[in-house]
Design a protein around this ligand. Structure first.
Ligand SMILES: [Fe+2]
Length: 721
């Protein structure tokens, strides 16, 4: 009994000690100058348990024998008082003061005080120490003096309004961008020299497909001839399972032509054709008005599907897909500045329409997309050819590739990634302090974009520059394309999942093979997971987002709905002028990273495997006096000089990779963000990469085009080529 009481008392004592330790907390501070400079007294409260004594007494009465022998029957009252003592714990609050540095100061020494400022670390602005607000503001004011949004040559989309030489010098002076800038400059200079020297050493006219193979191999070999820079100039087509089209057979195959809509340089144009009230894809009523009604589309679908069916029945079944380019309707054709022989006549710019059908596999095998026919232009009197038409079909495919090539470069690549991201990357510099957690993250996804656009844009679209040399639409048509496509550009263009749904390409039974869609989803999910963790770490509640004046200023300037002196400069329609929740912020950051990394990779890097080889993706086509009208012959392709320009430009766009997705975790300034990014990078390489690599092995074994581009090892963080 005694032992039990003792142990209970001891336990209560221990508990009370623990509570005293745990419950101590600051209440508030106030300056205590008498204790030294910048010293505050902090009121603290601690709780401790004390044992209180409680005693209860009871009185018992009993009638007992009095015990007097002479009166044996005499009864007496016996009165007994009992006292019980209880001990019980009581919580006590104890108020006391401690002295330490006032907020914003560190290094407390008794009697001397605190003379050191707290360093300004990574934080959202409202959580930064007060004295850091001033330095953050000064930095931003300086940046706003350098980086501004303006307009180049009266074009409607905003670009950075900064002198090119100043921008290049700033980029070279910053260790963060210096290596990239040097590599980029080295690459552009080298490819320009190769383009200029190629015609001097290759004077013979191209007469065979083999001659074009030679251009391809010459340029790709030259990218890797210097050992020092070789790690930055690598090609998945050389290191991964890859079905090369660089020969005289593969690029001609209908299967390869079709699969390039799903895993090639432009996986963005294929859409489902839908009838009735279906709001996804392309409405049949709209498409029908563009098609040649004298052509027997029913027969063409029947041939491709291998069974008797009307086109409208196949549409109702969800089996018909189309690739078309309405922004090419009535586009200008410029005089040919690269071919002076009167015996060769360049084909004009066209707006082709290609129909495809999803054909069910035999004995339960997956469905496959097959070409139905190609209409050469968008007007209903245009000629239409199908796979049974021999050389005319080959010519129709080439003509289609010409438009697809110019479209993907100008609209999907230049406009929807490079120019889409430009206002964001300018506004990261203008509004987010270097110590803002999202600046810390986004700077890796903006690295090199502004100089690339500043240098690359005129190289593409100036008079007699690359677009003028390469395509029948020339520089004038290229700019017209940009301006036309910009009219409908909105923030919704960055929404990977919603766009796939709106295109009607999410039906896996009809399109089981679609590597851009499927591998893209895995990367999108991985990006979203990282961003959610990152945003949740730095923002405890939605209110933190609302009170972050830096991120709100950023949104206000980018959005077309922004207000005030800098509001709306980014002119981006559909982008919110204020960000109201953590979920909204995470969605925005996910889409910015997706656009800069995987989406740009998808519409850029396959150019070296598909767009650097003229027969697969020619930039122009010709009528040549030596070739009959219905015959395909290499004389119909651009000359050797144009082919060299094409290969040189393709290599300048698709060879340089300076980093890989999310590889910067260890270099982040703040421990919390560092741990999050490292965790997701490791997951990307230990789980996602093997998954996607296995998919590609299987695709290769089954004879499909593989899609190494969205494997994490081949996705750079930013748009910098
Ligand atoms: Fe690019």
């Amino acid at each position: 009994m005694n032992f039990t009481l003792l142990s209970t008392a001891f336990s209560i004592f221990l508990l009370s000690v623990c509570l005293v330790l745990v419950r101590t907390s600051d209440v508030k501070s106030k300056p205590a100058p008498e204790k030294g400079q910048n010293v505050c007294a902090y009121q603290r409260v601690k709780t401790q348990l004390v044992l209180r004594r409680n005693a209860t007494s009871t009185r018992n009465l009993k009638i007992v024998d009095c015990g007097i022998p002479s009166f044996p029957k005499l009864k007496c009252k016996e009165e007994r008082n009992e006292t019980k003592i209880y001990w019980y714990p009581v919580r006590e609050f104890i108020h006391y003061n401690i002295f330490d540095c006032c907020p914003g100061w560190i290094g407390y020494k008794p009697k001397v005080g605190c003379k050191e400022r707290v360093p300004c670390g990574v934080a959202i602005p409202q959580k930064a120490p007060l004295h850091c607000h001033e330095s953050r503001g000064k930095d931003l004011t300086k940046h706003r003096g350098i980086y501004k949004l303006g307009h180049v040559n009266n074009l409607p989309f905003p670009m950075s309004d900064i002198n090119a030489y100043l921008l290049i010098n700033l980029t070279l002076a910053d260790p963060f961008t210096e290596t990239w800038m040097k590599l980029y400059g080295y690459m552009l200079k080298k490819n320009l020299a190769l383009i200029q020297s190629f015609p001097k050493t290759n004077t013979k006219e191209f007469t065979k497909i083999f001659d074009y193979e030679g251009v391809y191999h010459f340029f790709i070999k030259q990218q890797q001839n210097e050992e020092m820079v070789r790690p930055f100039f690598r090609f998945p087509s050389q290191e991964e399972p890859f079905k090369s089209v660089i020969n005289n057979i593969t690029w001609r195959e209908d299967r390869v032509f079709t699969e390039q809509r799903l895993a090639g340089l432009n996986p963005m144009s294929l859409m489902k054709v839908t009838s009735g009230q279906d709001s996804v894809g392309v409405k049949w009523s709209d498409l029908k008005s563009r098609l040649n009604q004298n052509y027997d589309w029913d027969a063409a679908v029947t041939r491709s599907l291998g069974k008797n069916i009307l086109l409208e029945e196949a549409i109702a079944d969800g089996s018909i897909f189309v690739a078309q380019y309405p922004v090419f309707d009535n586009l200008v054709t410029v005089p040919d500045i690269t071919e002076h022989r009167p015996t060769r006549k360049m084909w004009p710019a066209m707006s082709p329409i290609a129909l495809f059908v999803s054909r069910p596999g035999k004995s339960g095998a997956p469905a496959q997309l097959r070409p139905v026919a190609i209409q050469l232009d968008y007007t209903p009197d245009s000629q239409v050819y199908s796979p049974e038409d021999g050389d005319l079909w080959a010519l129709a495919k080439e003509s289609f590739q010409v438009t697809d090539f110019a479209y993907v470069e100008m609209v999907e690549h230049l406009l929807k990634t490079h120019l889409m991201m430009e206002p964001f990357c300018v506004c990261v510099l203008r509004h987010l302090s270097k110590l803002h957690p999202l600046h810390q993250l986004l700077k890796y996804h903006c690295r090199g974009l502004l100089p690339t656009n500043k240098v690359g844009f005129p190289k593409l679209v100036d008079d007699k520059a690359y677009m003028h040399q390469l395509f029948a639409i020339g520089n004038i048509g290229a700019v017209t394309l940009l301006v036309r496509a910009y009219q409908t550009l909105t923030w919704a263009d960055t929404d990977f999942r919603a766009k796939n749904k709106a295109r009607g390409i999410d039906d896996r039974s009809k399109l089981p093979y679609f590597p851009y869609r499927d591998d893209g989803e895995v990367i999108y999910q991985a990006t979203e997971d990282l961003v959610n963790d990152y945003v949740n770490f730095y923002y405890a509640a939605d209110n933190d987002v609302l009170e972050d004046h830096e991120i709100q200023g950023f949104a206000n300037e980018v959005s077309s709905d922004g207000l005030g002196s800098n509001g709306g400069q980014g002119k981006l329609r559909g982008f919110p002028a204020s960000i109201t929740s953590k979920a909204m912020l995470a969605d925005i950051v996910t889409r910015l990273i997706w656009t800069s990394s995987a989406q740009h990779t998808a519409v850029n890097y396959p150019i070296t495997a598909y767009g650097a080889f003229t027969p697969n993706m020619p930039t122009k086509m010709y009528d040549d006096d030596r070739v009959a009208p219905e015959v395909f012959n290499p004389f119909r392709l651009p000359n050797g000089f144009v082919s060299a320009v094409q290969a040189g430009v393709a290599m300048s766009l698709g060879s340089l990779r300076i980093d890989r997705l999310f590889d910067y975790g260890a270099r982040l300034m703040e421990q919390g963000g560092r741990v999050i990014v490292l965790k997701h990078y490791n997951r990307l390489h230990s789980k996602v990469k093997p998954l996607l690599d296995n998919r590609n092995k299987q695709r290769f074994q089954e004879g499909y085009l593989t899609y190494p581009y969205l494997s994490p090892a081949w996705i750079p963080n930013s748009i910098c080529t």
